[in-house]
Design a protein around this ligand. Structure first.
Ligand code: 9QG
Length: 153
């Protein structure tokens, strides 16, 4: 996946990172995240959120949360009016402690599709309107070299 057509690229952000997505997110957009999972990682997560308020906490359309505790899994969820909804859990772990990764979030009309290291991992049906997403955050035991937002074209 290339960052050549990206409308916005963030390089070597300090973690935890949270930033505005210029122009918001739209169906067809691709979010690319390249980084390394720290050796001692228990978990990390990335969020596509609707604003950046901390009090009250902004809604999170997609919370994507790899957990390395056994059994390892990826938890996806949404935060609506400060409440977590039903977790969607994938009992697979494409990320490896101490290893680099490339994650791609594809924004479709009805779902997000997430691929890791070139392999499709999961779909997550929208619970909040895509048009309300304007913030990307990542935190936990991870380092990130590139975040790139590429528009539908
Ligand atoms: O644990 O699960 C996802 O369903 C919660 C975690 C929470 C999320 C949530 O505490 O952690 O992963 O924003 C949070 O509080 C994150 C970091 C039932």
């Amino acid at each position: 996946m290339s960052v050549a057509n990206a409308k916005q690229t963030i390089v070597n952000p300090t973690i935890p990172f949270s930033g505005n997505i210029v122009g918001g997110l739209h169906p067809g957009d691709i979010v690319l995240i390249q980084g390394t999972v720290l050796c001692d990682a228990d978990r990390f997560h990335m969020d596509l959120a609707c604003g950046s308020s901390t009090k009250p906490r902004a809604d999170i359309a997609l919370h994507f949360n790899p957990r390395f505790m056994s059994p390892p899994c990826i938890v996806c969820n949404s935060l609506v009016q400060e409440c977590w909804g039903r977790e969607e859990k994938l009992d697979q772990m494409p990320f490896k402690q101490g290893s680099m990764f490339e994650a791609i979030i594809l924004v479709h009309e009805d779902v997000f599709k997430v691929a890791v290291n070139g392999k499709h991992m999961l779909e997550y049906k929208h619970r909040l309107p895509v048009e309300t997403i304007n913030t990307f955050s990542i935190s936990g035991r991870v380092s990130v070299c590139t975040i790139a937002f590429t528009p539908n074209s």
